[in-house]
Design a protein around this ligand. Structure first.
Ligand code: BDR
Ligand code: CA
Length: 312
């Protein structure tokens, strides 16, 4: 299986992504989960990551805490979407597995430096602070990363936290800039894709009907975070973001995109955090990412539902 580290700020949709990965051990070996400040503060995010690991039954997966704030800016959070704990909705017991003592950034560096180059993929589901800090502390990791697969940014669907910017990039645009320039292969799941992957009532009902604890928890999580998005967009279902990162690793044929240059706006007050995606190749800027632009929602929910059925 492909070795991955999940860097995350759970978050209901992050939690679903973690469950999808842990339900897919034939394809993915999760080496560790690293929390970052984002949707809510680091303490809650690290706690939530441990709760989700326990829900999946995979208590062998180590959970680390990374950075408590962005590189340069004050932390912007999203309690209005995710609730005060970041994972409101399901009733999950307090975690019993320990938080690892090692700092999450050091775990990322150590894991990459001790592995064969090109064998570890970083899946990023939150602001890019931990990955950027790891690149700053040990630049030699860049050429050892197999791939960075991130949920972040938007181009055709513009922004969700400001008119121009997507939340994960907006929270720490300097970190996103460091990551986009690092030279490792990068694949991006932007809002352009995640707005197509809508959690309609029928799709959520099918997940609840699995009858297991995990299916019920996913139903409760997404019903909670949806209540905000459904009002905001007026669609039949809310967008589902972070699990697309894991789905792309499992079934890349569900998504379409192209190789191009992606640059992060870090200075303009109006558009800070915007991902400038040269999708039509109108500049000569070197390609640094694969920008996904569309996804097959039916295929995605079939995969998600099948995999969740394997969990307790
Ligand atoms: C991203 O922001 C967070 O609130 C979600 O978990 C997702 O990672 C979507 O913009
Ligand atoms: Ca997230």
């Amino acid at each position: 299986p492909r070795k991955i580290i999940i860097d995350t700020d759970p978050g209901q949709d992050d939690a679903v992504a973690i469950l999808l990965a842990l339900a897919s051990p034939e394809e993915l070996e999760v080496l560790g989960i690293v929390a970052v400040a984002g949707n809510v503060g680091l303490h809650h995010n690290a706690n939530n990551a441990r709760k989700v690991v326990e829900l999946s039954g995979r208590t062998d997966i180590p959970v680390y805490a990374g950075c408590a704030r962005p590189m340069r800016r004050h932390l912007v959070t999203a309690e209005h979407v995710h609730g005060d704990t970041g994972l409101n909705g399901p009733v999950l017991p307090d975690p019993t597995i320990p938080l690892q003592e090692q700092h999450g950034v050091d775990f990322i560096i150590e894991t990459l430096m001790n592995a064969e180059p090109g064998t570890i993929t970083l899946c990023t589901l939150g602001p890019l602070t931990n990955i950027a800090m790891a690149l700053v502390k040990e630049p030699a990791i860049a050429e050892r990363i197999q791939e960075i697969v991130m949920m972040g940014g938007a181009y055709f669907e513009v922004g969700n936290i400001t008119p121009a910017a997507e939340f994960n990039i907006y929270v720490d645009p300097e970190a996103a800039d460091v990551v986009m320039r690092c030279g490792a292969p990068i694949t991006i799941q932007p809002l352009d894709v995640t707005h197509m992957i809508q959690s309609t009532p029928a799709r959520l009902d099918a997940i609840r009907a699995l009858g297991n604890r995990s299916g019920q928890a996913v139903y409760d999580m997404l019903t909670f975070s949806e209540s905000f998005d459904l009002k905001k967009y007026g669609w039949e279902g809310a967008p589902l973001h972070d699990p697309t990162v894991i789905a792309w690793l499992l079934q890349p044929e569900l998504f379409q995109g192209r190789h191009c240059n992606v640059t992060i706006e870090t200075s303009s007050e109006l558009t800070v955090g915007m991902t400038i995606c040269d999708y039509w190749h109108v500049t000569g800027r070197a390609y640094n990412a694969t920008w996904l632009r569309s996804g097959n929602a039916e295929g995605f929910y079939k995969l998600l539902t099948e995999r969740l059925a394997r969990l307790p």
